[in-house]
Design a protein around this ligand. Structure first.
Ligand code: ZN
Ligand code: ZN
Length: 347
């Protein structure tokens, strides 16, 4: 079978790999849909801290498919069953694992990072993944391309839960890339009354407006403070979410919050650039909350699948390119060139 592979030390290849064999406590999944994530292209460019030099993995962690084969000792799943897979699992013993948040486990494992992932035809599902509840049955007649986006949506839901975004509130999302757009879709589903997209790119802002942002701010040419003051009638914002890795927006986002406001650092930041000028008195006098989130947990994955399959979060709107699973080269060429929004492969 053909797979998109990465070898630590810097080698990305589309190559033939052996179809996996499963043990009696494992499942073999036939991939029906899988999308390319910023994490995949980041691994190709920078490698991954979980990999040792020379380790080779099949990329891909956003996927859904049909169970091809069930190991003799596995209970509760059947051949031919349609399922989505939450890609992170943990040690099962630490504090985050006890809370069901393996995405914060120090020993977390993930498809497409520590184990062979989904940018190929078949994926071997290890026993720990089955035991930890990562496999979610799908309803009949799902849109395969939509359910592959349950994983990035689960990360977005984790971010919005951390800041408690609720109906009637105002939120500003920095960055209208795929993750920013998912934040806008999720904020709309949560009933946010004011949803402001901020970005430098006019066509991305137009897309944000189409998907439900009530306002768009072109942050290089417009005065963001003046716009937010005008939109909120001087009350400022309930929530700010950063979905772009720019340190300067952290103090700026903080200064846009009203009383009891919450800031979520959703995007990771460059390692070597500290955030300057964070005003602690703003946090003190306005009772602000600053937090951050990374990855998705199983509970949010299940919630994301429900929002997608019910139509409450119409994720198809962020898919810019569709390929067949045989077109891995073309799909990665598009992703590595930074073209478009979300790229989905189906079979
Ligand atoms: Zn992802
Ligand atoms: Zn753990």
């Amino acid at each position: 079978m053909t797979a998109a592979t990465f070898t630590q030390g810097g080698k990305f290849e589309i190559r033939e790999v052996v179809r996996p064999e499963i043990a009696k406590d494992e499942i073999l999944l036939r991939v029906k849909s899988t999308s390319i994530c910023g994490t995949d292209t980041k691994i190709i460019r920078n490698g991954h801290r979980k990999l040792k030099d020379g380790d080779r993995i099949v990329l891909g962690h956003e996927f859904a498919g049909v169970i091809e084969q069930v190991g003799a000792s596995v209970k509760g799943f059947a051949e031919g069953q349609a399922v989505g897979i939450a890609p992170n699992w943990g040690c099962g013993r630490c504090k985050p694992c006890q809370r069901g948040m393996a995405n914060y486990c120090a020993e977390y494992q993930a498809f497409g990072i520590t184990r062979d992932g989904s940018h190929t035809q078949w994926v071997r599902i290890p026993s720990a993944v089955i035991a930890q509840g990562n496999i979610r049955p799908l309803p009949d007649n799902v849109s395969w391309s939509a359910v592959s986006l349950a994983e990035p949506l689960s990360c977005v839901l984790g971010g919005q839960t951390a800041v408690g975004l609720s109906a009637g509130e105002s939120v500003l999302v920095y960055g209208a890339g795929p993750m920013g757009l998912l934040h806008i879709l999720a904020a709309r589903a949560a009933g946010a009354a004011v949803i402001i997209a901020a970005d430098l790119n006019a066509s991305r802002l137009a897309m944000a407006r189409e998907l439900g942002a009530t306002h768009a701010v072109k942050s290089d040419t417009e005065d963001i403070h003046a716009r937010v003051a005008e939109i909120t009638g001087g009350e400022w914002l309930d929530v700010v979410i950063t979905a772009v890795p720019v340190p300067e927006i952290v103090p700026e986002g903080l200064s846009l919050l009203g009383i009891f406001g919450r800031l979520c650092l959703f995007a990771g930041l460059p390692k070597d650039r500290a955030i300057a000028g964070l005003d602690g008195n703003l946090i003190h006098y306005k009772n602000l909350c600053v937090t951050g989130t990374t990855g998705g947990c199983n509970a949010d994955y299940a919630k994301a699948l429900g929002l997608i399959t019910s139509g409450a979060v119409p994720v198809e709107g962020i898919i810019s390119h569709r390929f067949s699973l045989e077109q891995l080269s073309e799909a990665y060429e598009t992703a590595l060139a930074g073209r478009g929004m979300k790229i989905v492969l189906t079979s």
